[in-house]
Ligand binder design. Structure first.
Ligand code: SAM
Length: 242
């Protein structure tokens, strides 16, 4: 079970507020290019593809094949990338060695059995192929703006797997860590726009704090948005395994 349901309301909020612009993603494009070494015909899995932002971006950026796999029917229904295959990390509906690389973005904390998922990825990614994991890991809230206004949500983040937990599962499955870096993104043009657009259902840590904590954080965010200028820049981690 994922930590949240990814039902219709979650999927609608995610689609409406979590897709980033190409400009906002420029550092991610540069990091992915460096670690993935995309080339014509390369076969890539987007696991837990959600509403398809990354599968679509990879297809726009590179001349590669992307197979999107997503367990939630509501997320699949709203995907901007097609086709999307039903499936999850513990049962990836692909043949052995059938992809050159896998991309897993803000999914790993929803996976109930990390060891089993790592073994499945070892099975479907060809030997020497890479797994790129984009995530907010436990203990790594400092570069993510929302946690400044919703500090109680750090408590939720700290129940996610740490980077070391994920590395341990993948190492046990036969992978080696070949990279770990923090990558910035422009999440919104201004704090004011971020505050106006914010949807609680689009953020797992905000769903899992209580209503009073959420209301207090929202008030702090709107107060700060009256005076803060400049874009909202967040940084998530990229863990690369081969
Ligand atoms: C925060 S969304 C991220 C969506 C997309 N990867 C992105 O970055 O835009 C998390 C996604 O993980 C999916 N998910 C939940 N449990 C999963 C599992 N066990 N295996 C694969 N995906 C899972 C959810 O359905 C949801 O679409």
């Amino acid at each position: 079970m994922a930590r949240i349901t990814y039902d219709n309301a979650d999927a609608a909020a995610f689609e409406a507020t979590r897709h980033l612009t190409d400009d906002g993603l420029s550092a991610w494009r540069e990091a992915v290019t460096r670690h993935l070494d995309p080339h014509a015909g390369m076969r890539t899995l987007d696991l837990g593809s959600g509403t398809g932002m990354w599968a679509q971006a990879f297809t726009d950026w590179y001349d590669i094949e992307v197979t999107a796999v997503e367990p939630s029917e509501a997320m699949r229904a709203r995907s901007i990338y097609r086709p999307v295959v039903p499936g999850d990390a513990e049962r990836i509906p692909l043949d052995d060695g059938s992809v050159d690389a896998a991309w897993i973005s803000t999914v790993i904390h929803h996976v109930p059995d990390l060891n089993r998922a790592a073994r499945e990825l070892r099975r479907v990614v060809r030997p020497g192929g890479r797994v790129l994991i984009r995530s907010a890991f436990a203990g790594r809230h400092q570069a993510i703006t929302l946690f400044r206004y919703f500090p109680e949500a750090i408590r939720v983040l700290d129940t996610y797997p740490s980077a070391a937990d994920v590395e341990a599962a993948f190492t046990a499955a036969g992978f080696t860590t070949v990279g770990f870096e923090q990558v910035p993104q422009v999440s919104a043009p201004s704090l004011r726009e971020a505050a106006t657009a914010l949807r609680r259902e689009a953020h797992t840590p905000l769903q899992l704090i209580n209503d009073d904590e959420y209301a207090a954080g929202l008030a702090r965010l709107h107060r700060a948005a009256r005076t803060e200028t400049g874009p909202v820049v967040d940084a998530l981690d990229l863990l690369v395994l081969a």
